[in-house]
Design a protein around this ligand. Structure first.
Ligand code: NAP
Length: 325
């Protein structure tokens, strides 16, 4: 049995792996088969990760984190977890390949997944003009007219990026004020390929085999109109990926994994959580990385306190400088 399994390979998972590997815990990172590296793999330039004054491309940043974790001995498996068994002292994970692993401690750092609009036409036309990833699919919309939905940093970043390909990008937002940071707003407003469509909700995505347009509803007066488009990029936020732990770990009202105060301790001893999956508010690469650090330190403390029988030892609470497990 291993000491530690980390599920997730975003900034939280890899940072937890770096710390745990340096503490000789030989962590096994389950990095996912197609989504290794997490959300930053779908991002272009990251300008606000400290230490990179010129910015760094999201995938490059994640490759560096992966290499840093491996340098200290973390083992990485590119497979998906299909189930977890968190009862008892051994935490077990089953992978898509059928392989099973167990450990004394588990860090759950599965991040978040793009939120869906949940409207007619969205899933039917997904991959046929409806996309959740500008960096993945932008290339297919050269000289086309497209829309981005949302008013946050993601939507503005995607809209600005997509102007490299598209001839016209509508930014459709349900209110008359953006949620995005000032710098992103200024960049979008200065881009003459971007046209803001205020107070508008998409109520239908139309097209037989591919997107041909959307039906917009005015959120002020309720009137409807059709807008002709070749593609729709949905960028309305993310939801925590908790599907593996439903009914196994306590969740918060916001749907994130519940953790005890500022720690990473979940409702199950030996199971720790970090990154976007516990964070309904900040959700930055840097905060996720910090959260991964907290998880690794909590795991170290927990493992140090395991008695002979593999249950937390009362003396663990006395380890200097660390919160009680
Ligand atoms: P977000 O900040 O939660 O914004 C989501 C946007 O989508 C909001 O404008 C929201 O409208 C809109 N929205 C939500 N549900 C909707 C629905 N059903 N229909 C239509 N519109 C809907 O999400 P985010 O933009 O993904 O950003 C998440 C976090 O990552 C933020 O903290 C952000 O700062 C960070 N981030 C940072 C960067 C960067 O620094 N470069 C880049 C991307 C993301 P309302 O405004 O009306 O609620």
């Amino acid at each position: 049995m291993r000491q530690l399994i980390i599920i997730g390979s975003g900034p939280a998972g890899y940072t937890a792996a770096i710390y745990a590997a340096r503490a000789n815990l030989n962590p096994l990172v389950i990095a996912s088969s197609v989504e290794a590296g997490g959300e930053l793999m779908n991002t272009t330039e990251v300008e606000n990760f400290p230490g990179f004054p010129e910015g760094i491309m999201g995938p490059d940043l994640m490759t560096k984190m992966q290499q840093q974790a491996e340098r200290f001995g973390a083992e990485i498996v590119y497979d998906d977890v299909v189930s977890v068994d968190l009862d008892g002292p051994a935490k077990k994970v089953v992978l898509g390949s059928g392989a099973e692993h167990s450990a004394d401690a588990l860090v759950y750092a599965t991040g978040s997944a793009p939120r869906k609009l949940g409207i007619e036409g969205e899933s039917r036309l997904s991959g046929r003009g409806v996309s959740y990833c500008a960096t993945c699919d932008g290339f297919f919309f050269r000289e086309r007219t497209i829309a981005v939905v949302g008013g946050g940093d993601s939507a503005l970043e995607e809209a600005t990026f997509l102007t490299k390909f598209a001839s016209k990008v509508y930014l459709i937002h349900r209110r008359d004020e953006l949620r995005a940071s000032k710098i992103m707003q200024e960049r979008a407003f200065a881009n003459d390929k971007i046209e803001l469509v205020w107070n508008s909700a998409i109520v239908d995505i139309v097209g037989e085999d591919a997107v041909t347009g959307v039906v917009l509803e005015d959120t002020v007066d309720g009137s409807r109109r059709e807008l002709t488009l070749d593609g729709v990029f949905v960028a309305i936020g993310n939801d925590p990926r908790t599907h593996l732990v439903h009914g196994k770990l306590d969740l918060t009202a916001e749907g994130t994994v519940w953790v005890d105060g500022r720690s990473s301790r979940t409702s199950v001893p030996g199971v720790f959580a970090a990154g976007d999956v516990i964070d309904p508010t900040y959700r930055q690469a840097v905060t996720a990385a910090g959260s991964g650090t907290v998880a690794a330190l909590d795991v170290e403390h927990y493992l140090a306190g395991l008695g002979e029988a593999g249950v937390p030892d009362a003396t663990a609470d006395q380890i200097e400088g660390l919160p009680a497990v």
